[in-house]
Design a protein. Structure first.
Length: 305
C-alpha cells in the first residue's frame, strides 16, 4: 500500500471540502429558484394561465386613472357650486328667517335684551356693545356665525370676535375695511347700474341710510331674491325691495364662499374633497316653504303700511 504523505492528505481534504461547498451552493440555488417561482405564481403576470388573468397593459391603466381623475375633478367643481348655493339659499336664509321671526315675537324690552345677548355678545363678546344699538350687521353676522358653527365652511371669512377684529361684525364702516383688507376682489364701491343689476342671492348691500337705522350713515342688508329685487333687512326687520339708487357698496358673498371652500378642500385629495362638499347638502323643501310663506306675509304687511 502506497504511503500518503501529509501534504497529499491535506490536499485531498481540501478537495473534498471544495466539492461539498459546490454541492451545497447548487442546492441553495435550486431552493432559491423554487421559492422565487412559487412567489411569482401568486402575482398577476401577463398571460398567466393558472390565475386566469389577462395580460396587464400599463398604458390602459394610466389612461383609465386619468379619466377617473378628470371625472372626479369635474364632479367636484359641480359639488362646490351646489354647496355654495346650499349655504346661501338654505342655511344662511333660513337663519335670517328664524331670527326675524324671533324678533317680531318679542316686546320692545325683550327685543333689546335678546339682541344684546344673542347678536352683539355672541359675535363680538369683547366689544361691550350697549343695549339699543343698531344691529343691522350684527344680526346678519350672527346668522353666518351659526352657519360656520354647523359646517365649518366660512372659517376663512369669519372675523375673530374675541379681538378688535370682531368690531367689523357690528359696524358697517369697519366691515367694509375688513373686506377690503382680506377679500379685496370681493367688494364693489360706487357700483354701476350694470353691477347693481348683476346682484346675486346672498350678496351684501351697504346702502346710504336716512339715519333711522344707523349711526354711521350706512345700512347693511342681504340680497334675498335678486330676481325680484328683494333684500333681507335687520334693524328694520323684514324682506323688502332694495333701492338701487341708495346702494353705496356691494360685497360679493358668493365669491367669498368660493374662496372659503377652496381653502377648505385644498389639503384634500379630489375624492375626499368631493365627499366633504356633498356632506349634508340636500333639498330643504320645509325651509323653502317657510321662506315663501314668510316672504308673502312680509310683503302683505308692507302693502298695508
Amino acid at each position: 500500500m502506497a504511503t500518503i504523505t501529509p501534504q497529499e492528505r491535506t490536499k485531498n481534504l481540501k478537495n473534498r471540502i471544495k466539492k461539498k461547498k459546490i454541492a451545497l451552493l447548487k442546492s441553495v440555488k435550486r431552493i432559491t429558484m423554487y421559492v422565487a417561482l412559487q412567489c411569482a405564481a401568486t402575482i398577476p403576470q401577463p398571460g398567466n394561465a393558472l390565475l386566469g388573468t389577462q395580460a396587464a397593459n400599463p398604458g390602459n391603466n394610466t389612461k383609465e386613472n386619468m379619466i377617473k381623475e378628470i371625472a372626479t375633478k369635474s364632479e367636484l367643481k359641480e359639488a362646490l357650486k351646489e354647496r355654495k348655493d346650499w349655504l346661501i339659499n338654505d342655511n344662511f336664509f333660513s337663519k335670517i328667517v328664524k331670527y326675524q321671526n324671533i324678533l317680531k315675537s318679542k316686546s320692545p324690552t325683550e327685543k333689546k335684551d335678546y339682541i344684546k345677548k344673542n347678536f352683539f355678545d355672541t359675535v363680538y363678546p369683547v366689544g361691550g356693545i350697549p343695549k339699543g344699538s343698531n344691529y343691522c350687521i350684527a344680526a346678519a353676522m350672527r346668522c353666518l356665525y351659526d352657519v360656520n358653527k354647523e359646517t365649518g365652511d366660512l372659517e376663512k371669512f369669519m372675523p375673530d370676535g374675541n379681538t378688535i377684529e370682531g368690531h367689523s361684525m357690528v359696524s358697517c364702516p369697519m366691515f367694509k375695511e375688513y373686506i377690503k383688507k382680506n377679500f379685496p376682489n370681493c367688494i364693489i364701491e360706487n357700483p354701476s347700474k350694470e353691477e347693481i343689476s348683476a346682484l346675486e342671492n346672498g350678496d351684501f348691500i351697504i346702502s346710504r341710510s336716512n339715519g333711522r337705522n344707523t349711526t354711521s350713515g350706512l345700512h347693511f342688508t342681504t340680497v334675498y331674491d335678486a330676481q325680484k329685487g328683494l333684500e333681507a333687512s335687520f334693524n328694520s326687520d323684514g324682506i323688502r325691495a332694495f333701492k338701487p339708487e341708495k346702494i353705496e357698496s356691494i360685497v360679493k358673498f358668493g365669491k367669498i364662499i368660493d374662496i372659503c371652500l377652496q381653502e377648505k378642500v385644498k389639503q384634500m385629495d379630489a375624492h375626499s374633497a368631493l365627499l366633504a362638499m356633498k356632506s349634508g347638502v340636500k333639498d330643504n323643501k320645509d325651509y323653502q316653504l317657510t321662506a315663501m310663506n314668510f316672504r308673502q306675509t312680509t310683503q302683505k304687511s308692507s302693502d298695508r303700511s
